[in-house]
Design a binder for this molecule. Structure first.
Ligand SMILES: [Zn+2]
Length: 442
């Protein structure tokens, strides 16, 4: 049992719970956006280096939704905690007392310096609409689903506003490098290849634009995923599915581009290859996505993902097979060298991604910089750069008008891909919702 002081304010209703043992002081804000409430709580302890050591944990029923009901904060420094909220509430003129029990929400702890607390006033609550600094939490303070292997710190707290996560692109945390290592390459690819193709070529080549589109979708999906996936477990699922969809689209686009630049390609080969490309790409996409949502703890899923990803990475090389087998020993096929470089970087990226190198050797050391996923991103950038160079070079040697008959099939394939991806994401997000509602761990 504890005593609750309820303070009615323009921003909403503030409840100050004081448990009998005074070991923790709880604030609960209602009728206000949860992010404003959280920050207002921090203003109650305005320290130079206030740091949220644990996030507002998902209670299950509200995962993926802004927490309208409110939040509770607990101060880990008990000696200070016994004085501050009492004085805060005692200055207010409009409060009521009601018995309550603490425990309807998981608690959040705050570590702060020993500075004296500030009185919580209506004015301070009203001005607390935006965070002054990014508050980071430890890996133990986020759900298992959101933890990175061997990454111990630098996590953003859950259940903040979308604007909070968008703004975190300019703050230091353990996803910010992942964001920029795919957004900056997108800018480079645009400036180096897409813009000249669109504005300086007399007739933009659809074969190249398909490749550039696939790369752009891959980078945009990945960047936004790393920026927004930390909001909740459901957001994590949704954005990871977006990321997987970007990889799928990228694979299809690479395969179609290479097929469209294949010399003397027969209609039968085109049909068989395109069908098999779609099959292999979707085998990888669906196995990864469905197992991620429905069998997240099933260990063989990682092996299945590795095999299907490998198949998906190699399949786009089939249209190049004849060039590998029959290349001249006297002249160098420059385009093929770029294609081979792309495969090398792709395999290297898989090692960084799958083995979590180097953070596996020193957990907690690479939390912000140079951990495996960031190196994976850099390798993916090298893959795309080599792909663009290869396509650009090949396009200068091949009569592209011969593959114009593939244009309609290619467009239909990509349109069907949009529909299939949309249906898959919708289905799996619904599955994830029901699993989270049942309080099952993904
Ligand atoms: Zn990534």
């Amino acid at each position: 049992m504890s005593v609750a002081f309820v303070l009615r304010m323009p921003l909403g209703q503030v409840r100050c719970d004081i448990p009998r043992n005074m070991g923790a002081i709880l604030f609960k804000f209602s009728n206000a956006p949860h992010e404003a409430a959280c920050r207002a709580s921090f203003l109650a302890w305005p320290t130079a280096q206030t740091r949220l050591s644990a996030p507002i944990r998902d209670s299950g029923a509200t995962i993926g939704q802004p927490r309208r009901e409110g939040m509770m904060l607990r101060r880990s420094d008990e000696s200070d905690a016994t004085t501050m909220p009492t004085s805060a509430c005692s200055t207010a003129s409009n409060f009521s007392i009601a018995p309550t029990t603490a425990g309807d929400f998981p608690l959040t702890s705050v570590q702060s310096s020993k500075r004296s607390p500030t009185v919580l006033t209506a004015k301070s609550l009203q001005t607390a609409s935006e965070p002054r600094e990014l508050m980071l939490v430890e890996h133990t303070d986020v759900p298992q689903l959101l933890r990175r292997t061997h990454i111990r710190s630098g996590y953003r707290p859950l259940n903040q506003s979308v604007r909070y996560y968008l703004a975190s692109a300019f703050k230091l945390h353990n996803e910010v490098v992942n964001f920029w290592t795919h957004l900056l390459p997108l800018a480079f690819i645009y400036a180096r290849y897409i813009h000249p193709e669109l504005f300086f070529e007399p007739q933009p080549r659809w074969q190249l634009l398909i490749l550039y589109s696939g790369i752009s979708i891959l980078f945009v999906a990945s960047s936004m995923t790393h920026l927004l996936h930390s909001r909740s477990q459901l957001d994590h699922v949704f954005w990871l599915l977006i990321d997987f969809s970007g990889i799928l689209t990228f694979s299809l686009c690479v395969g179609i581009q290479r097929l469209s630049m294949r010399e003397n390609s027969s209609a039968v080969f085109n049909y068989l290859y395109l069908s098999s490309l779609v099959f292999v790409s979707y085998l990888q996409y669906w196995s990864t996505s469905f197992l991620f949502v429905l069998k997240h703890s099933w260990k063989p899923r990682h092996l299945i993902r590795l095999i299907t990803c490998l198949a998906c990475g190699i399949w786009p090389y089939i249209p190049l097979a004849s060039r590998y087998f029959y290349q001249s020993t006297e002249t160098v096929d420059v385009g093929l060298t770029y294609h081979s470089n792309a495969l090398f970087w792709l395999l290297l990226s898989g090692i960084f991604m799958g083995a979590n190198i180097p953070e596996c050797f020193a957990p907690g050391v690479f939390d912000y910089f140079c951990y495996g996923h960031q190196l994976f991103h850099l390798c993916v950038f090298m893959v795309t750069w080599n792909l663009c160079e290869a396509a650009h070079y090949d396009a200068s040697l091949v009569d592209l008008s011969k593959s114009d008959g593939l244009y309609g099939v290619a467009m239909n394939t990509l349109l069907g891909n949009v529909l299939a991806v949309g249906a898959t994401i919708w289905l799996l997000v619904e599955c994830a919702k029901s699993k989270i509602d049942e309080k099952k761990h993904l």
